[in-house]
Design a protein around this ligand. Structure first.
Ligand code: NAD
Length: 414
C-alpha cells in the first residue's frame, strides 16, 4: 500500500500531513510512504529528513497517484482531477461547508475520509481528533497575539521605575481553544475571566485559572454532544448587552465561540467596542469573510477602531505554528490510518461507528448520512465539519453587517 503526502496548496497554508516521525510509524505498519518534494518546507521538514525516515521523495503527480493520499486541508481542483476511482484521500475536507468538493470526490470515484468528521465522543477516536489538536494550538497562539499587540505587561511587575498592574483578560467561549487561551494568558501573568453559554464549562475554566462570569440575562444553552446550541434573537441581544459591561472592564478579549453548523455568534458589538479603553485588544478566533465573534473583524488583518481598540482577525492560527500543528496533525492522521490498516492494507468497514463517521464518499457516491439527508437544515452532528472552525469559515449568512466603526491599519496578526 502506497501512502503519500502532497504539498498543501491553500494560500498561507504551511502545515504538512505527516512529519518524518510519523513516516517511521506508518512504515513499520507495512506502508510504503511517498512524500511530494517540498511538502514539509513550511513546517521546516526537508526532503532529506523524510528520506532519512524511510520515505521516497517524489513529484506531485506521483504523490497524487498513491493508493492513499494524505492532506491537511482540501485537495485543489487539479488534484481532484488527477485522482482515479478506488483511491483514498484523507484530510480536513469540511464536507458540510463544501458540498461541491464532496460531490467532485464522489464523481471521481474516490473514497474520501474527512478528519473533521471524527466522532468526538468515541474514546478510541480521541487520538485522531484533529479539531481538538488544532484548536489547542489556535488558543495558545491567540493568547500570545493578544499579549504581543497589547502595549502593556500581562504580569504584575514591581520595578524601580514603577509598578505595572497585571492585564485583565477575558476569554469568551471555553471549549478546547478557550481553555488553552486561558491557561496561556494565566502563565503570562494576566488576571483572566471567562464566559461560556454552557455553564458546565465553569469547572474546566476555573481549573485552568479563570474566574467564571455568569450572565443573569441568558440561561444555559447547552446543545447536542457537548456543544452549544444557537441562541434565539432575544437571548442573543440580551447576551450582547450584558457582555458589553464586562468587555469594557477588560484590557484584552479573546473570542473563541462556535456553534455547530452556523456562523460564529456575534458576541462583541460595535457598542461594546466603543466602550473599551484605547489600547485595548481583541483577538477574534472566529474571524471569517462572513463575520466572526466581533463586529468589524477582518480575517488575517488587525483593524484599529476610532477609539483605539485593536481587533485582530485571527484566522489560520494553526498554520502560523506549522511545526507544532503538523506534528500533532500527523499523530492524528497516523492514528486514524493505523486504525484502518490490517496486515499492511487499508480495510474499510462502514459498519464500524468510527469509520461510518469519517467516510464521506465511496464507490462513486456520497455515503455519509449527514450529507445525504434530504432536508436543507444545517446538520447538527457531533463532528466538526458540521461547524465552522477558526480557519474554515461557515457558509452561513452573517447575522448583520459589521461595517462603519473601524478602519484597517497595516499589520498582520501573524
Ligand atoms: P467549539 O469550538 O464548537 O466552541 C467553542 C466554545 O464556544 C464552546 O465551549 C461553546 O459552548 C462556546 N459558545 C458557543 N456559542 C456561544 C455564545 N453565544 N456565547 C458564549 N460561548 C459560546 O467547541 P470545542 O472546543 O470543539 O468543544 C466543544 C465541547 O466538546 C467541549 O465541551 C469539549 O470539551 C468537548 N469535546 C469533547 C471531546 C471528546 O469527548 N473526545 C473532544 C473534543 C471536544
Amino acid at each position: 500500500m502506497k501512502v503519500s503526502v502532497v504539498k498543501e496548496t491553500a494560500p498561507g497554508e504551511r502545515r504538512v500531513a505527516l512529519v518524518p516521525e510519523a513516516v517511521v510509524k506508518l512504515r513499520s505498519a507495512g506502508a510504503e510512504v511517498l512524500v511530494q518534494s517540498g511538502a514539509g518546507d513550511g513546517a521546516w521538514h526537508t526532503d532529506d529528513s523524510y528520506a532519512d525516515a524511510g520515505a521516497t521523495v517524489v513529484s506531485r503527480a506521483d504523490a497524487l497517484a498513491a493508493d492513499v493520499v494524505l492532506l491537511v486541508g482540501k485537495p485543489d481542483t487539479a488534484a481532484v482531477s488527477a485522482m482515479r476511482p478506488g483511491q483514498v484521500v484523507i484530510g480536513l475536507l469540511a464536507p458540510l461547508t463544501d458540498p461541491d468538493l464532496t460531490a467532485a470526490l464522489a464523481a471521481a470515484g474516490v473514497t474520501a475520509i474527512s478528519m473533521d468528521m471524527i466522532p468526538r465522543t468515541l474514546p478510541r477516536a480521541q487520538p485522531m481528533d484533529a479539531l481538538s489538536s488544532q484548536a489547542n494550538i489556535a488558543g495558545y497562539k491567540a493568547a500570545l497575539l493578544g499579549a504581543t499587540q497589547f502595549g502593556r505587561f500581562f504580569p504584575l511587575l514591581i520595578t524601580a521605575a514603577g509598578t505595572a498592574r497585571p492585564a485583565k483578560v477575558l476569554v469568551l467561549g471555553t471549549g478546547v481553544a478557550g481553555l488553552q487561551a486561558i491557561g496561556t494568558a494565566r502563565r503570562l501573568g494576566a488576571v483572566v475571566s471567562a464566559y461560556d453559554v454552557r455553564p458546565e464549562t465553569r469547572t474546566e475554566a476555573e481549573s485552568v485559572g479563570a474566574t467564571f462570569i455568569e450572565l443573569t440575562s441568558v440561561g444555559p444553552a447547552s446543545g447536542e454532544g457537548g456543544y452549544a446550541r444557537a441562541l434565539t434573537e432575544d437571548e442573543r441581544m440580551a447576551q450582547q448587552q450584558e457582555l458589553a459591561g464586562h468587555i469594557a472592564r477588560h484590557d484584552v478579549v479573546i473570542t473563541t465561540a462556535q456553534v455547530p453548523g452556523r456562523r460564529p455568534p456575534l458576541l462583541v458589538t460595535e457598542d461594546a467596542l466603543k466602550s473599551m479603553a484605547p489600547g485595548s485588544v481583541i483577538v477574534d478566533m472566529g474571524a471569517s469573510t462572513l463575520g466572526g465573534n466581533v463586529a468589524g473583524s477582518v480575517p488575517g488583518e488587525t483593524v484599529l477602531t476610532e477609539n483605539g481598540v485593536a481587533v485582530i482577525g485571527a484566522s489560520g492560527l494553526p498554520s502560523s505554528m506549522a511545526a507544532a500543528a503538523s506534528a500533532m496533525y500527523a499523530r492524528n492522521i497516523s492514528a486514524l490510518l493505523l486504525y484502518l490498516v490490517k496486515d499492511g492494507e487499508l480495510v474499510l468497514d462502514r459498519d464500524d461507528e468510527l469509520q461510518a463517521g469519517v467516510i464521506i464518499t465511496s464507490g462513486g457516491a456520497i455515503v455519509h448520512p449527514a450529507l445525504t439527508a434530504t432536508d436543507s437544515q444545517p446538520p447538527q452532528a457531533d463532528t466538526a465539519s458540521s461547524r465552522s472552525s477558526p480557519d474554515q469559515p461557515s457558509d452561513q449568512t452573517p447575522d448583520q453587517p459589521d461595517e462603519g466603526a473601524t478602519r484597517a491599519v497595516p499589520g498582520s496578526p501573524r
